[in-house]
Design a protein around this ligand. Sequence first.
Ligand code: BGC
Length: 723
Amino acid sequence: MEPWMDKALSADERARLLIAELSLDEMISLVHGPMPALLETPPEDTAMGAGYIPGVPRLRIPALNETDASLGIANPRKVREGDGATGLPSGLALASTWDAELAYRAGAMVGSEARDKGFNVLLGGGVNLTREPRCGRNFEYLGEDPLLAGTLAGEAIRGAQSNNIVCTIKHFALNDQETCRHVVNAEIDEGALRESDLLAFQIAIEKGDPGSVMCAYNRVNGEWAGENDFLLNQVLKRDWGYRGWVMSDWGAVHSTAKAALAGLDQESGEQLDRQVYFGALLKDAVEQGEVPFERLTDMVHRILRSLIDKGVFDHPAERRETDYDANAKVAQAAAEAGIVMLKNADGLLPIDSANRRIAVIGAHADVGVLSGGGSSQVIAHGGDGLEIPVTMGLSSAFSQVTYHPSAPLAGIRERALNVQVTYDPGTDRKAAAAAAAEADLAIVFADQWCTEAEDLPTLSLPNDQDALIAAVAAANPKTVVVLETGTPVLMPWLDEVGAVLQAWYPGTRGGEAIARILFGEVSPSGRLPISFPRDVADLVRPEIPGMVFGPPVEGKTLPTSFPDVQQHKGRFSVPHPEGADVGYRWFAKTGRPTLFPFGFGLSYTRFEHGTPKAEGGETLTVSFDVTNAGAMAGTDTPQVYAFVNGADGKESQRLVGWARVALEPGETRRVSVTADPRLLANYDATLPGWRVAEGEIAVAIGASAEALGPRVSVALAGKTLRP
Ligand code: BGC
């Protein structure tokens, strides 16, 4: 046995032994690689995912076979013909579950499919906070709160890596808009950054220990994320003691020595960069002494160490049959727990047997459920959904509007026994209204397609669906709206309809999940992980910076893969005046009401929260009773918010924890939430570290960020914590 295969040695020791055997060329070969699909002759051992780094067979260093996997094993351009996968509901749906254990199971399921298909690196773990509700990739991420997003991302990563593969976390950091993502510069104060987006990454890294971190495309405070000494060397590697490797995003490298010295360890998807920066150019820089040999050693050490530490060496991925039935159950459980009921006037839902005629309308509900576009696109296993070509915009390069083959209509018909269920496509408002008028109940599906590489020009439902819903509701007040959207939408018809379900993109078992909720086989338990604004005028940035250059218009020809770089050489900056007060914190601070607040979600039963008992001191612990006061079993997610004086001296509302409690009717359970002290602190860059002020703060239990119980005051001991 080669000495580095000795499992009794530490991963660091094994990596060192291996590096001693490597030539300079072999070391260089490990720090850059192509997109295999763009190669004329893809290597034999590629699994044809988004990325490939050749191995060193003589030393048994495996090739890195990397696949996108935000919501399942992606296959965006169908380079692996006929290779389907299990599609999870979107990240916002998963975040709506507030369920760490489910996030772990979801991650573990995706990780197992990755192994089955021969992949050993999963490009998942998207944890960028939602600062822009119109961002085209919100559906891949986990919402606007650092604790919620960080906790769930960490668990999903831990689950994925339980399969002896590496999972990434991405996109480090502040890739909060897709518009001009290759050129935009996000400007933010260090303390605010540490308390928000970086805290989400920090929590997720602590919980999930991902083998790799993927940098973002954009610049942060003037430097590209992939050559940002502050982000990579100072925060990630020094302050957080991160021992894995930093890979670039695809087409995000801009230099050789600068990037290597700033902490980038590997260039991914190298054909998308202007030149291959970490190949011959890096070798040259090392030979010239511009990049010390020790730095190259460190780059390679980090890669090999993670591969060994996560089990890639000792348990190489081998193709296996996938148990799609078992995996579908995980996707369905996540969809059922992630659907959020936003309105249910007069107990319209669940659907009862008094309804003899049901009109189902719109959004291809007869075929399937919508999914989001871009590199994360999953092609569903087993079945033809619906694919509508995209003819304009950057996303046309890699996306079709894809409906997974899980038809809500079929799920409804299966349950509506002896009921006449009709379907109308919703393309003709009059016909849809007529169908609704003839029915006892109308269920109108509406959707909004989002995709990587583009932001939405508005938060309104596209294709006149607002008018469709209004027409249906006018014809029949017993109208249920089911939304399949990638991000929040405005609801001008809200007062006219009876019920609203936010089903997000519900994944490859979404139709079944929606039907089960509609018919009360499951009580809705999802809670919004993101605020729904009343109006874009209430947002931090009413207009998306850079949108002035877009959105893409039919007929406008777009040049090669990354046109925004070419079009906007004059880069621009986006100030972030909201600082750490993202989402609900911003709405609370500015006193602007939302349409639906962060944390909100209804149930078929009713919950009560007892008087909280709060203990202070070193940190904060809040205990209280949760009771199911209704007639049906259900799951409640009471939230604990603290009100801390922010760095600007103003009150900042922060989620410090939550409990997720499944209760039978009449059952009461006592729960207890202890705050991570960083959520009670402000980050002081001069310290440097976290500073919890001595003195009184207020806490409250909330059914949402706005529906808060009485404030209780508690005294904290002052203290400081390292970064
Ligand atoms: C995306 C990444 C993805 C990569 C590889 C990039 O465009 O930003 O999230 O992992 O492509 O497909």
